[in-house]
Design a protein around this ligand. Structure first.
Ligand code: OAD
Length: 273
């Protein structure tokens, strides 16, 4: 039976509620499910950083892919055609990321890891905000926007940025080739080690807390589905239903920065810590 405050909906989600003002409902069910799990982790997307001032990719005219064409900015072909145009866009995004601060949702996930409730955060985000919030095991499936690497095959130069590159497009100090952001572009494979680690985590977990992702970009979106495939539960936090919602056991409709601190509070209460 649905707990007080939760409304059952058709489909796979058994508990569905809005966060605002709700103490029990889906958030309580989520806390119980996390404590019951043998191994759990979080899987995050752009929505968790939205309240840190970093625009999401989809959803509305203000989103990145609502304003910009990914084919002109986030593909190897676009970079080969016009590296300056691509770099100007990345320099703007790097500045946004450097100005951003982790929000209560990032901090709540770091806290769940400290409490031993989740083991890791597997993220599609490139902003490094999980690490800055204190999460220790972060698997970055799409790279990191604050890193650059040489685009010339065989050079191998890599560096971390503390400010946007001064001259655009930046050049490799080792070989003079073009540096590129160390992120995954459309049409490129994911970093094999990150993928292997994420898959191993997903295959050995029986619960995943999915936060702020539309769940439409593959192969990343397979990660939470692997948990479901193995008989585990998907707990989802999103301001609206996503492509993952039909597979979710518990769906918490609300802002990550409101839902996750509440979740931590309830986990603490239930665990008696
Ligand atoms: P999207 O922009 O596709 O989806 C963001 C999700 O966050 C949506 O489902 C929103 O409803 C939700 N959302 C927005 N604000 C929220 C909030 N405050 N609290 C909770 N949820 C919120 O972002 P991703 O799913 O991360 O890939 O996108 C996946 C990939 O597509 C990205 O990693 C990027 C992009 O192209 C690469 O760059 C390779």
């Amino acid at each position: 039976m649905a707990p007080a405050g939760a409304v059952s909906i058709s489909g796979a989600a058994t508990h569905y509620t809005r966060v605002a003002g709700v103490v029990g409902g889906a958030v309580l069910e989520a806390a119980k499910a996390l404590l019951k799990a043998r191994r759990a982790f979080a899987f995050t997307g752009a929505g968790i950083s939205a309240e840190s001032g970093i625009p999401t990719f989809r959803g509305g005219s203000n989103s990145l892919w609502g304003r910009f064409d990914p084919r002109e900015l986030a593909t190897p072909e676009a970079f080969a055609r016009d590296p300056l145009k691509v770099w100007k866009w990345y320099a703007w995004r790097i500045e946004l990321v450097l100005k951003a601060r982790p929000n209560p949702a990032h901090k709540a996930l770091a806290e769940l890891e400290r409490m031993g409730v989740i083991e890791a955060v597997v993220t599609q985000n490139v902003d490094g905000l999980h690490q800055r919030a204190g999460s220790r095991r972060v698997v970055e499936l799409h790279g990191n926007i604050l890193r650059v690497r040489c685009s010339r095959a065989g050079c191998g130069f890599r560096a971390t940025l503390s400010e946007p590159p001064k001259e655009l497009p930046p050049r490799c100090p080792r070989c003079g080739g073009l540096l590129r952001p160390d992120v995954v572009w459309f049409g490129e494979p994911l970093p094999p080690e990150a993928w292997r680690e994420a898959e191993a985590i997903a295959r050995s977990s029986d619960a995943v807390l999915v936060v702020g992702t539309s769940g439409v970009v593959y192969p990343a979106a397979y990660i939470p589905l692997m948990v479901r495939e193995g008989g585990g539960v998907i707990i989802e936090v999103n301001v609206e239903p996503s492509a993952i919602t039909p597979y979710a056991t518990i769906f918490i409709r609300g802002k990550a920065s409101e839902a996750l601190p509440k979740l931590v509070e309830l986990v603490r209460e239930l665990a008696g810590t």
